[in-house]
Write a protein that binds this ligand. Structure first.
Ligand SMILES: Nc1nc2c(c(=O)[nH]1)N[C@H]1C(S)=C(S)[C@@H](COP(=O)(O)OP(=O)(O)OC[C@H]3O[C@@H](n4cnc5c(=O)[nH]c(N)nc54)[C@H](O)[C@@H]3O)O[C@H]1N2
Ligand SMILES: Nc1nc2c(c(=O)[nH]1)N[C@H]1C(S)=C(S)[C@@H](COP(=O)(O)OP(=O)(O)OC[C@H]3O[C@@H](n4cnc5c(=O)[nH]c(N)nc54)[C@H](O)[C@@H]3O)O[C@H]1N2
Ligand code: SF4
Ligand SMILES: [Mo]
Length: 675
């Protein structure tokens, strides 16, 4: 494209918590970004961004962007603020943090607003370590799925998603690729063109399940995946499809696994999962014999009480069939582990009190244990379960809250001070990926808008104001990028800051047809993949385990990512990103709607003991009877109750150290709102 003389182009990368980490070019004219395009020669981006980020410049220049620090003047939650200077804001925070009863009464709450390593947390984490603040375990996404895989393989490594093009069986297991991981779709299509059978396993007929290239869709009862896997292994043994030589050399625990499998016939599994016997048998045969055979998973099934068991069960399949032997075969999950392994050492920060991030409401309402809360890169009033108790906690008059944000989010409305921060085209960052192996350098294209500052600079200023002298608190953003790149790992050979400045992105030097667990030994004690007993626990699909509760709330609510122009909670307050309905809809199966006299478009109330929302109903046979969905990501103003779906979700975690939240198994009832 011809460029005018006053235009130049700066290369960057998308920061969103999305597997694709697209590379982009920003055209700047007279200091203003005028165009943002996907980079054509990036093997994953291939010139396309997505419907969320195609309009990213509108976000950067949005009239609602926060451009000055703001001090609350109205009651908490009212959204009434007045501008203050940076100096006054920083001094106030330093004073308040200096005056808490103990450093642990300060809580850092942050998550994946940006995946850029520098703005996400390196400087912030150093700051909170230096003051001795309490922290949260960032476990709402991926940690539980990782653990299930580690239970079998000893590590988180999986197939390089680019190699899925070689698969001849490709199972998209509990992942909505078309919506959540759209840049993998060309790879799925390439596999299909090479003769792959593409199979989707999901309780909901998602756009992925309904896609015309999908050969088979298995709509199982949610939470019953373990029964399906165990029955598949039953079939493999019965039909003599086990590769005993592979199993002998590469695994332990086979006999316990087979004991479990013999107790789960395909007929039993059919009644548990709702799938037909012959489809379970065919799935087992196909996965064992039509090779390379691969399973693609992200995080869908982890968001349940027994999510770890489900992910462990799925991870057993390639270990049992030896699918790992073939390039492109095995299990393809988050690639974050490749970056964690290759990049420079992370800071060695001291242990401090830590809370599972799902329990924020409980932590904030438990007396006055937490006196000051600092939120960055997260919108807990929307994304965290137990929304009503979170709002109760955020409303505490004796809680001092600072929110670092680009917009006045539902969380920011409860802050004492809101600090304006830069967007991705205004700061430098190093962006890894979790859907491929390309590392990107994001260079700032324009000056920060208004008085916005990068997160890093905010924490550097706070450190100075508080007189902290811990090492690392004065490092510039470029210095931190260089620190992360400083690694002698072979996958980083030749990858330097200068090269990234020149090229923008580069693939880690992982060999092209790398086969985890074959080319390298599993990271288990004996170097073998761990099989073992695998028991389906009856009743797990309904969760919340209490029959009396299930009588009052007979429906199960799932709350997944559902909109093409939403990315978690980033766009749920912006009309131009709303779906055509302009509002969130409660989806309900025709049979459940009929029983409740609910017609399409009727106003309904969905509720449980934690909260209630009024929404319009959308009757859909993409669901199963007994299941309802409310999309995740909408801001509070989208309902008359001024709440989102996480007002209904359960903030309990299976394990405080490692557990994720149960976003997909919450008991509710739905009723027609009369009049
Ligand atoms: N019900 C339900 N809840 C869910 C889920 C679900 O499926 N259902 N999914 C869960 C999952 S998987 C995830 S990952 C979490 C996501 O939870 P979060 O990571 O908290 O969500 P995001 O909306 O991606 O980002 C939060 C905020 O970061 C801000 N931000 C972006 N860039 C920057 C920056 O450079 N600096 C600062 N300070 N802020 C920035 C954005 O403006 C945004 O408001 O939600 C979880 N919650
Ligand atoms: N457009 C868009 N894209 C996104 C996001 C977004 O908000 N919007 N968020 C990003 C983030 S943070 C993440 S973590 C990823 C998540 O990416 P995915 O893991 O692909 O998405 P989810 O919607 O969390 O869950 C995927 C599927 O799991 C299914 N599922 C739920 N329970 C079960 C079960 O018990 N068994 C089986 N087999 N399936 C089950 C759900 O029905 C859902 O269709 O998406 C990323 N991409
Ligand atoms: S949100 Fe995902 S698909 Fe969209 S531009 Fe960013 S990385 Fe690419
Ligand atoms: Mo996520």
């Amino acid at each position: 494209m011809a460029r005018r003389n006053d235009e130049h182009v700066i290369r960057g990368a998308c920061h969103h918590d999305c597997p694709d980490t697209c590379a982009w070019d920003v055209t700047v004219s007279n200091g203003r970004a005028v165009e943002l395009r996907g980079v054509v020669d990036h093997p994953v981006t291939r010139g396309q961004l997505c419907p969320k980020v195609n309009r990213f410049l509108d976000r950067v220049y949005h009239p609602d962007r926060l451009l000055t620090p703001l001090q609350r003047v109205g009651p908490k939650g009212s959204g009434e603020f007045t501008p203050v200077s940076w100096r006054a804001a920083i001094e106030q925070i330093a004073d308040r943090l200096g005056a808490v009863g103990s450093p642990e009464a300060v809580l850092q709450y942050s998550f994946d607003g940006t995946q850029g390593l520098i703005q996400k947390g390196i400087m912030a984490d150093r700051f909170f370590a230096a003051i001795g603040a309490s922290i949260i375990r960032r476990h709402l996404c991926g940690v539980t799925a990782n653990l299930g895989a580690i239970d079998v393989s000893g590590s988180r490594f999986g197939v390089d998603p680019e190699n899925l093009r070689l698969a001849r069986t490709l199972i998209l297991w509990g992942t909505n690729t078309v919506l959540t991981n759209r840049h993998l779709w060309p790879t799925v299509e390439a596999a299909k063109a090479n003769g792959a059978r593409v199979i989707v396993i999901d309780p909901i007929k998602t756009p992925t399940a309904a896609h015309p290239i999908v050969d088979e869709f298995l709509q199982l009862i949610p939470g019953t995946d373990v029964a399906l896997v165990v029955a598949m292994i039953n079939v493999l043994e019965r039909e003599d499809l086990l590769d005993h030589e592979w199993l002998e050399r590469n695994t332990t625990g086979l006999s316990d696994l087979l004991d479990s499998a013999r107790r789960m016939s395909p007929e039993q599994a059919a009644s548990i999962t709702g799938l037909e016997v012959d489809r379970i048998e065919r799935l087992a045969r196909t996965f064992a014999t039509r090779r390379p055979a691969a399973i693609r998973c992200l995080i869908g099934p982890e968001h349940r009480e027994h999510g770890r068991d489900i992910m462990r069960a799925i991870a057993m399949l390639p270990a049992v069939t030896g699918a790992w032997r073939d390039a492109g075969g095995g299990m393809a999950r988050s690639t974050a582990v490749y970056f964690d392994t290759a990049l420079g050492p992370s800071d060695d920060l001291p242990e401090r009190p830590a809370f599972n991030m799902a329990r924020l409401g409980e932590v904030l309402t438990d007396g006055d244990r937490i006196e000051a809360l600092i939120v960055h890169n997260s919108n807990p009033a929307v994304i965290t379960p137990g929304q009503n108790s979170i709002i109760e906690g955020l409303s505490r008059d004796d809680l001092f809250t600072v929110v670092i944000e680009q917009f006045m989010t539902d969380t920011a409305r409860y802050a004492d001070l809101v600090l304006p921060t830069t967007t991705q085209i205004e700061h430098v960052d190093l962006v890894p990926a979790w859907g491929h192996l390309y590392l990107s350098l994001n260079q700032p294209a324009i000056e920060p808008r208004g008085e916005a500052l990068p997160n890093t600079e905010i924490f550097r200023r706070l450190a100075v104001a508080m007189g902290l002298d811990a090492p690392g608190l004065v490092d510039s953003d470029e210095e931190m990028v260089r620190q992360v790149l400083e690694s002698d790992h072979e996958w980083m050979a030749g990858i330097t800051y200068e090269r990234l400045v020149a090229e923008g992105f580069t693939r880690l030097n992982v060999p092209d047809l790398h086969r985890p667990y074959v080319d390298t030994t599993p990271d288990t004690k004996d170097g073998k993949l761990r099989l073992g007993a695998l028991e389906y626990q009856p009743g797990t699909e309904t969760a919340e385990g209490d029959p009396a509760l299930a009588r009052r709330y007979p429906l199960t609510l799932m709350s997944r990512k559902q909109h093409v122009r939403f990315l978690n909670a980033n766009y749920g307050g912006f009309e131009e990103h709303f779906p055509r309905s302009g509002e969130p809809k409660l989806e309900i199966h025709p049979s459940d709607a009929r029983q409740r006299n609910i017609g399409d478009g009727d106003r309904v109330r969905v509720s449980n003991d934690r909260g209630s929302l009024t929404l319009s109903a959308s009757i859909s046979d993409d669901l199963q009877p007994g299941l309802v969905t409310v999309p995740f990501g909408w801001w509070h103003r989208s309902t008359p109750e001024r709440r989102g779906v996480n007002a209904l979700t359960n903030p309990t975690v299976a394990d405080d150290d490692v557990g994720s939240a149960f976003f997909h198994e919450n008991l509710v009832e739905v009723s027609l709102v009369e009049g």
